[in-house]
Design a protein around this ligand. Sequence first.
Ligand SMILES: [Zn+2]
Ligand SMILES: [Zn+2]
Length: 306
Amino acid sequence: MRIRVLGSAAGGGFPQWNCGCPNCRGIREGTVAAVARSQESVAVSTDRQGWFLLNASPEIRAQIESFPPLHPRDRRHSPIQALLLTNGDLDHCLGLLSLRESHPLAVYATERVRVGFTERNVLYRTLERFPGQVTWRILKLGREEALLGVDGRESGLVVEAVPVPGKPPVHLEGLMPPDPEDNVGFRIREEATRRVLPYVSGVGALTESVRQALEGADCVFFDGTFWSSDELSGPGLMAKTAEDLAHLPIGGEDGSLQALVRLSARRRVYIHINNTNPILREDSAEHRAVEAAGCEVAFDGMEVTL
Ligand SMILES: [Zn+2]
Ligand SMILES: [Zn+2]
């Protein structure tokens, strides 16, 4: 299995357009040891011919251009076989609307995420220009599904949607009651090699289902949004804690680093990193703590071969 990080930042990217936090200011001024990052998306392939995209970021066009294996090989063609959505947040699905050039798409998501994206959304009509433009393949919690290419061919990958603590997207708050299908992680398995890739880029707490999803992993991608609970509220950027936003912090006694360090996975990678997170600065104590624990900080263009 080949994994390519197309985007590694949380919603807003790094730097974020309206943010003047020390990280964002520092990267604009060239005074911090860090690299810019686009919003989270990862491409996965078994044969390096067809690719599956985990999440569709608002920066999808540039992300596709940044990685030649995703370029067309004919006058009208895409190696992208399907897209998988972890939730309905706009930083994870807005990119779908950018793939509007009359191309058949397959999308894997829970029914909740499908309904949240398609219903009462007049913009979705851009993906309904011809019958079958989008094929939704509905993921049921706890059930494995074969990942199929656009032509219906099996890819050799299977995915299980794992319920992880999250919340409905901001634009649907108050319109739909919270539901376990609002936010999922993926447990992706390659049948030929038996390699297991849990992909949990947004997780509010370490529940039993999250722990089970991580078991026996060869490589884990995990929520690296915030280092600490008060990362936004402390400096007055927002009145909410990391947990209010359904993201378990990395640091602290109950943070995710203490849990990831105990896994036997060969690679443990933090992704969906918010621009305020000190792990973005390669010379920070927090970045060193992540590395000392045997974990990695994802960056755009990172590759993992399993
Ligand atoms: Zn996000
Ligand atoms: Zn910032």
